[in-house]
Design a protein around this ligand. Structure first.
Ligand code: SF4
Length: 354
């Protein structure tokens, strides 16, 4: 199948199961809806505050509304999920399995530190990219998430941890750029309605031909993170099967165009797999590939899963890789997955508990 037909198949023919509930609607849209129900327009502002600021889960609970109207609209969905499973790691990372209206289960992670509360959100139920090292990729793909299902994940963590969310990473289940319209709408609503700065958001992709440029056209302030995981085409295809539709040089070209169009930097993500992509020659190859980019590389030592044989490199091996990137003047961080004890690998919790 060509990359174009893959894009079309994935983005235009995926059924969207849930009808649109109120979460995700703007203040004017909520006001229009309230007025269409025969209520005064000021109730639109009340509804907006209760949905986005108080995180109400049912219209029945909005105490400032008249009881008779609450009863009349009791069946109207706000669009909140149910917590199906919750686990807390010793480092306080909280992993959630959330049950959607159609019964599907997705993963969300809340990562608290002293100064930040970051939420790792899913953008699809499952994932079609089938990355060889990823539990979600092994589990197949079901459907895209819609706007309210993405926003709900953030509100759920905020409510559960009783703390404002400061950062959002679109790095949970799914490939965000196969669901760009809903992801962009969610970014805008999370910014305007929930009040989280776009600069605190990161959208991650393994790269879909043409979709990075398409994202650039939205001129978001969110950071784009491109998952490379290999600096040559042959190895990348082994780790990310969909990469065979997208030569690495084309991906890098598209990244350069993104930088030109947006004036924003790109972060590159690289999972370190022991004995696969972690030797110093490969580090030099990565440095060469990224020559000329004002960039930051996030190295992610692999978090082993039972569904795949990959292992995490040693600390010395990781440090040697970092040293080579530093020698080439590439800014680099090593990002250890939080919550290892709570099945922290992508898709792992869902695989064991759903
Ligand atoms: S690593 Fe990301 S893109 Fe790859 S299969 Fe897993 S969820 Fe999908």
């Amino acid at each position: 199948m060509s990359s174009q037909s893959i894009n079309q198949t994935l983005e235009t023919t995926i059924p969207i199961a849930a009808p649109q509930p109120l979460l995700g609607l703007s203040l004017p849209e909520l006001t229009d809806w309230v007025v269409s129900q025969g209520q005064p327009a000021y109730r639109g502002r009340q509804l907006y505050e209760w949905i986005y600021k108080k995180g109400v889960r049912s219209l029945v609970d909005i105490s400032v509304f008249p009881k008779t109207w609450r009863a009349a609209v009791a069946d109207v969905s706000i669009g909140r999920s149910q917590i199906h499973y919750r686990s807390v790691a010793p480092d306080e990372t909280v992993k959630y399995l959330l049950q959607l209206a159609d019964g599907k289960i997705i993963e969300t992670v809340g990562i608290p530190t002293e100064k930040r509360l970051t939420v790792c959100v899913s953008t699809q139920v499952g994932c079609p990219m089938a990355c060889d090292f990823c539990a979600t990729g092994k589990g197949g793909f079901m459907r895209n998430l819609v706007v309210h299902e993405i926003i709900d994940q953030v509100l759920t963590v905020q409510e559960d941890l009783q703390r404002r969310v400061s950062h959002i990473v679109f790095m949970g289940m799914g490939e965000p750029l196969l669901n760009t319209a809903h992801v962009v709408a969610a970014v805008k609503s999370l910014n305007q309605d929930v009040g989280i700065g776009q600069r605190g958001m990161t959208i991650s992709t393994v790269g879909i031909p043409g979709h990075i440029i398409r994202l650039a056209q939205y001129q978001l302030q969110a950071t784009l993170a491109v998952s490379l995981h290999a600096a040559n085409q042959a190895l990348r295809e082994k780790l990310i099967p969909s990469a065979r539709h997208y030569p690495l040089e084309n991906l890098i070209d598209e990244c350069r165009q993104y930088v030109q169009m947006t004036g924003r930097r790109i972060t590159f993500e690289y999972i370190l797999l022991a004995g696969v992509n972690d030797n110093i020659k490969q580090a030099a190859e990565l440095a060469q590939l990224l020559r000329g980019f004002q960039t930051h590389v996030n190295l992610i030592p692999y978090n082993p899963i039972r569904e795949a044989d990959y292992q995490r490199p040693t600390f010395r091996g990781i440090q040697a890789f970092v040293d080579v990137l530093h020698q080439h003047q590439i800014a680099v961080s090593v990002r250890y997955s939080r919550g290892l004890e709570a099945d922290a690998a992508c898709g792992q919790l869902r695989a064991t508990q759903a």
